[in-house]
Each structure stands twice: as C-alpha cells, then as structure tokens.
Design a protein around this ligand. Structure first.
Ligand code: NAG
Ligand code: NAG
Ligand code: NAG
Ligand code: NAG
Ligand code: NAG
Ligand code: NAG
Ligand code: NAG
Length: 348
C-alpha cells in the first residue's frame, strides 16, 4: 500500500527535507490545513523554515519525534574604545515556540558559552515569572588571562565551557554577565552562547573572533501539547484519547506520554510502520523483505502485523528464524539411504 507521509493533497517535501504530518505546508485537499496547529512549515526558495520565521529546518522526524533546526546564537560584543562596556547584545530570542510544541532535547544538545571573561546563561520559560523572569536558569563561566589560554579542541572553561541542559527548556534566550574586557579585545571581543547538537561542535580558538558564528543546529523534541504551550492545557494519553482533537488517528497505533514536557506522541503498533498521526498512516511491515531485521532461515510468509517463518515439508528446525532447516527423515528412511549409498559405492 501507498506510504503516507503528509496529509492528503499536501507537499511532502521541501528542499530535500521530508515534511511528515503533523508538520505541513499550506493547504491541501478540501482546503484543509496541511499541518496541525503549531507545526506549520513555510517552504521558501531554498528550503523549509519554521512558519513565520527565518529559522532553517534541517530535518523533521515522526519516530522519534524530533526536529533539527538552525537557531540563532546569543552574543554580546564589547565597545572597542570602552571595553568595560558591551555595545551590542543579541539574546538569540525567536518565535520558534509560539505554540509550545517544542522542548530542547536534553539528550542531544548541550549549552556552549564562548568568551575569555564571561558568564552565559539560558533560562526556562520566560513567562514563568519566578526569579528574574525565570523559574530557573543555568550556564557556565570562563576566564582566561591571555590569548594563549584557550586551546583548540578543549572546551574546559578557558575560552569555552559547556554544560548539559535539563529537560523542559522551551526558549532560546541567552544572557551574559558584563565583565571588563580591557586587554582581551584583540583575542576575545565578544561573548557567545548557544545550544548545539552535542556531536556537532568542537571548540576552535578562532571561534572567539568569528563573527560568522550566527546559527547552530539544535535538536527539538516535539509533542502534541495544548495551545499556547501552557502545561495545564496539555493532555496526557489517558486524557486525550477521548477528545475530538486526539492526534493518534491511524488504526494500529497507540499513544505514548511525552518524556520531555507534558503532552503525548503517537506510534505505530508493533508490526506496523509509517505515520501514526494520519488516518491509515500505519501500514503492515513486510518483514520477509527485510531479512537483516527479521531473520528467517526457512520459508518466510508475511502476515498482517507479523510474519511466519517455517520449514518446508519434510524439513525441521528448533527455531527456523535463527537455525537452518534440516531434512527431517523418519529414522527408518535414514538407515535405508545409508544402506543404499553403501550399496552403490561398493559396486565399484
Ligand atoms: C503564522 O502567521 C499566521 C498569519 O499571521 C498565523 O495565523 C499562524 O498562526 C502563524 N503560525 C505560527 C506557527 O506562528
Ligand atoms: C563606545 O564607547 C565610546 C566611549 O565611551 C562611546 O562614545 C560610544 O558611543 C560607544 N559606542 C557604542 C556603539 O556604544
Ligand atoms: C596567566 O596565567 C598563567 C598561569 O596561571 C601565568 O603563568 C601567567 O603569568 C598569567 N599571565 C598574565 C598576563 O597574567
Ligand atoms: C553540523 O550541522 C550542520 C547543519 O546540520 C552540518 O552542515 C554540519 O555538517 C555538521 N557538522 C558536523 C561536524 O557534524
Ligand atoms: C482511552 O484510554 C483508556 C485508558 O487507557 C482506554 O480504556 C480506552 O479504551 C481508550 N480509548 C480509546 C478510544 O482509545
Ligand atoms: C480500523 O480497524 C477497525 C477494527 O479492526 C476496522 O473496523 C476499521 O474499518 C478500520 N478502519 C480503517 C480506516 O481501516
Ligand atoms: C515506537 O515504535 C518503534 C518501532 O516499533 C519503537 O522502536 C519505539 O521505541 C517506539 N517508541 C515509543 C516511544 O514507544
């Protein structure tokens, strides 16, 4: 059967990037939105971006429920004539989580702070007005006393530090503490802070001078959550499955509570694959066509949701999935063949 990626009548890729539902671009069959609220993508001349932003989308995936997006780097640059003061400040803030469907992946990202005399932080949801606008914030600090302190490949608090992030972070918003940068303007005129794919960043001393460091690839966990991202409006599986907007529409699918933040995701049942968010999105896996993943040393036959692996008539095996089928003769027949062979050879 046809593999469904996007909603009917909708564009299923843009600039080489798959756009699986609940993500979608524009309107499709029947004038209906191709996306679920909060998952809108714009296809611009050279590829996909998160709707109404210029944030480049590198990858969108349904299982696991992840997106890889280029997000802006936070920066603070010091005034060349008065290096005690910052003159240019960018928090890296975006509208990327207006609908609250995203959380930064704590498993796949780290926070990196660059600069020779700096403390950089990122906060939790800015709307949670507890401490200075945040319910918590985290970061790390660097000090180095000369241009030789920072070493390529070493992000260990001399010019570069990195920390793990907790689950639940929702906003790309960085802040810096202002420190006197006199005497370090020639090798560290700016501070930088950014989230980045853990496998994607290696510190280079020259990055302290790199005015080109503007965006970084960041993994986002997404889930079906309440409008506006308010936790109270997000439903768990047990609460969502009787509602009108329940997202797990495919037969042979099930609901999984989100692990990073509130809400839920959908998954195809065992033996099925595809997109659980679409009617008929989960289709039977033809296990016999993938012998690496679904071994069978006998005769393989696909069934709805599973497969059968048996030996042909007259053959047997304790486990035909892993052990070859061997001829299964009654003892009398084996003796008979043995005698026959001996009889045949002895003629010559
Ligand atoms: C994008 O902008 C349109 C029009 O202003 C708005 O209806 C829609 O909700 C926005 N989408 C996102 C994801 O911000
Ligand atoms: C840099 O500092 C000088 C001296 O204090 C000041 O005149 C100038 O306006 C500052 N430049 C910026 C862009 O803030
Ligand atoms: C920088 O620190 C090193 C190691 O502590 C020290 O040997 C050196 O004198 C310091 N340099 C300056 C300019 O303070
Ligand atoms: C880092 O991510 C960017 C954007 O996805 C990619 O172009 C680049 O090749 C990656 N670099 C490494 C070292 O993985
Ligand atoms: C919803 O969840 C409850 C509890 O897990 C279950 O008993 C019920 O069958 C589910 N309903 C649907 C429509 O999946
Ligand atoms: C979903 O499964 C039910 C029960 O197996 C079946 O009656 C129904 O026709 C299926 N719906 C679709 C759209 O395949
Ligand atoms: C979803 O299904 C896939 C394939 O069966 C499985 O590998 C994965 O662990 C499941 N995810 C969850 C969250 O249950």
């Amino acid at each position: 059967p046809e593999r469904l990626v996007s909603a009917r009548g909708c564009q299923s890729s843009c600039g080489g990037v798959d756009i699986p539902y609940p993500f979608g671009i524009g309107v499709g069959a029947g004038g209906r939105d191709c996306f679920r609220e909060g998952f809108e993508i714009d296809c611009v001349y050279d590829g996909p971006v998160l709707a109404n932003t210029s944030l480049r989308v590198v990858r969108l995936s349904v299982d696991p429920a992840e997106s890889l997006v280029m997000l802006p780097v936070g920066r603070m640059c010091y005034n060349a004539t008065d290096p005690r003061r910052a003159e240019e400040y960018s928090h890296g803030e975006t509208l990327m989580n207006k609908h609250g469907v995203y959380r930064f992946s704590s498993a796949r990202n780290m926070l990196v702070v660059l600069g020779c005399n700096t403390m950089g932080t990122i906060g939790s949801d800015k709307t949670a007005r507890l401490v200075d606008g945040y319910s918590y914030y985290l970061g790390c600090m660097n000090f180095c006393n000369s241009s030789a302190s920072a070493q390529d490949g070493q992000c260990a608090s001399l010019g570069c530090c990195h920390v793990d992030i907790p689950p639940g972070l929702t906003h790309n918003y960085f802040r810096f503490r202002e420190y006197d940068h006199s005497s370090m303007m020639d090798y560290s005129p700016c501070d930088y802070a950014f989230l980045v794919d853990r496998t994607n960043y290696t510190f280079r001393r020259s990055d302290l001078l790199r005015d080109t460091l503007r965006t970084s690839p960041v993994w986002l966990d997404w889930a079906i959550r309440g409008a506006g991202g308010a936790d109270s409006a997000s439903l768990s599986c047990a609460q969502a499955n009787e509602t009108k907007k329940y997202a797990c529409l495919s037969n042979q699918s099930y609901c999984v509570d989100a692990t990073n933040g509130p809400g839920y995701n959908c998954n195809c049942s065992e033996g099925y694959e595809g997109n659980a968010y679409l009617v008929d999105g989960c289709t039977n896996i033809d296990e016999c066509a993938d012998s690496d993943k679904y071994p069978c040393k006998g005769v393989c036959r696909d069934t709805e949701g599973s497969y059968r692996c048996t030996c042909p008539p007259g053959y047997g095996s304790d486990d035909p999935k892993t052990q070859r089928c061997a001829p299964k003769f009654p003892p009398a027949a084996q003796i008979c063949i043995g005698n026959l062979r001996r009889a045949t050879t002895s003629q010559y």
